[in-house]
Design a protein around this ligand. Structure first.
Ligand SMILES: NC(=O)c1ccc[n+]([C@@H]2O[C@H](COP(=O)([O-])OP(=O)(O)OC[C@H]3O[C@@H](n4cnc5c(N)ncnc54)[C@H](O)[C@@H]3O)[C@@H](O)[C@H]2O)c1
Length: 354
């Protein structure tokens, strides 16, 4: 059995909580190095798992002999920079979401993957919930008929991550909740819809809580806060996307918003059935009609305590072993085109054609 040599770049919250634990359990993976610009963070994570090599410069990681893959867990603006350099060096790349901070960057990542022949995969963890997989099979079995429209969102009542730090600094994050949370639910919707190609995008964004002291939530622990730091991104984004096959999608993403409660959801409208996937409020339902009567089902499926980030990482390793990839770089390009166009539409006050 080949053991894949992998290095983690960025030893912050997501690497520590969601990547390293499942990677350490995989028999065919050896995490050989941890890199963080803050040496103590790299050392702390490495020490916990008995990893001896630590780095502060990712360029040195890319020189590790026979390194199979890097797992990029840095702030967003570094994703494409590190990914392209790694691919150019012949190293496979797994990268946290969002793919990049612009469509042009994601195009460069795709081109580098094609040129090198190496695998580029970006985290799409929500596809790996049991309930998501069930809806996907249900659709593929034709039970929902034609899926013609979707709504999705992640509405946080409170939960601005790392206020003042990189998350709220446009230059480093690329944007607020749209780019941070949007990737998750937009991807799940589009994956369930069969990955149609976006054609037009309309959006509006707002920033109403940057200069306020709104309460924190568990989500505020992502990233590190910086007192008197920068907050030049949105805290709410709304939008509408049309696709080449006539389908469409409404979206809403917030870090802070005076809504009833936090929820993340996907709703699908099909000709034979509709579906709602909303784990935070415990709602997972199929709406259909049988014998001339409307019928609602709640499939008896438990998402359990499965670490979906770990399942996605395992899929990446399976792909290195020859499995068919469930994510291809063009999906990242389409995602970044949508996100970028929503920001552009909000700025220009008009619909954008892609
Ligand atoms: N898939 C998910 O559910 C999910 C959840 C949270 C975060 N994320 C993503 O994971 C990434 C990291 O988020 P986080 O919450 O762990 O942030 P974080 O700030 O806790 O961690 C980022 C780490 O990267 C390090 N870093 C910065 N520049 C670096 C460089 N040049 N080289 C090496 N290390 C560098 C920082 O010192 C920090 O330790 C982000 O892109 C975020 O969007 C994904």
């Amino acid at each position: 059995m080949k053991k894949f040599k992998l290095a983690i770049i960025g030893a912050g919250g997501i690497a520590t909580d969601a990547h390293m634990p499942p990677l350490a359990e995989m028999e065919n993976v050896e995490v050989v190095a941890i890199c963080d610009i803050v040496l103590e963070k790299a050392e702390k994570l490495a020490k916990k798992y008995g990893i001896t090599e630590v780095y502060t410069d990712y360029k040195d990681v890319l020189k590790i002999p026979e390194l199979d893959a890097v797992d990029i867990c840095t702030p967003n603006y570094l994703h494409s920079i590190i990914a392209v350099e790694a691919l150019d060096a012949g190293i496979n790349v797994f990268c946290e979401k969002p793919d990049a901070i612009s469509a042009a960057e994601s195009e460069r990542m795709k081109a580098a993957a094609e040129k090198s022949g190496k695998t580029l995969m970006v985290m799409r963890n929500n596809r790996y919930f049991e309930t998501s997989k069930f809806i996907k099979s249900y659709i593929e079995d034709g039970k929902m008929g034609e899926i013609y429209a979707a709504r999705c969102g992640w509405q946080r009542r409170r939960g601005i991550p790392g206020k003042g730090g990189w998350f709220t600094t446009k230059e480093q994050s690329g944007g607020g909740p749209l780019i941070d949370l949007g990737v998750h639910m937009i991807d799940l919707s589009m994956w369930l819809m069969g990955n149609p190609t976006p054609t037009t995008v309309s959006g509006s964004t707002y920033c109403k809580f940057a200069d306020t002291d709104v309460a924190d939530s568990a989500h505020s622990n992502f990233g590190e806060k910086v007192d008197d730091g920068i907050f030049d991104v949105e805290d709410l984004a709304m939008g509408f996307v049309r696709f080449d096959n006539g389908t469409s999608m409404q979206i809403e993403f917030s870090w802070a918003s005076n809504v009833e409660r936090e929820q993340f959801f996907v709703e699908l409208r099909g000709t034979k059935a509709g579906a709602i996937w909303n784990p935070m409020v415990g709602k997972f339902m199929i709406f259909t009609e049988e014998y001339g009567k409307t019928v609602d089902h709640t499939p008896n499926i438990d998402n359990g305590s499965v670490n979906v980030h770990g399942v996605n990482l395992k899929h990446f390793i399976d792909v290195l072993n020859g499995a068919e990839p469930q994510f291809v770089p063009q999906q990242g390009v389409n995602m970044m085109k949508i996100l970028e166009a929503i920001y552009k539409s909000a700025e220009m006050n008009k619909e954008i054609s892609l």
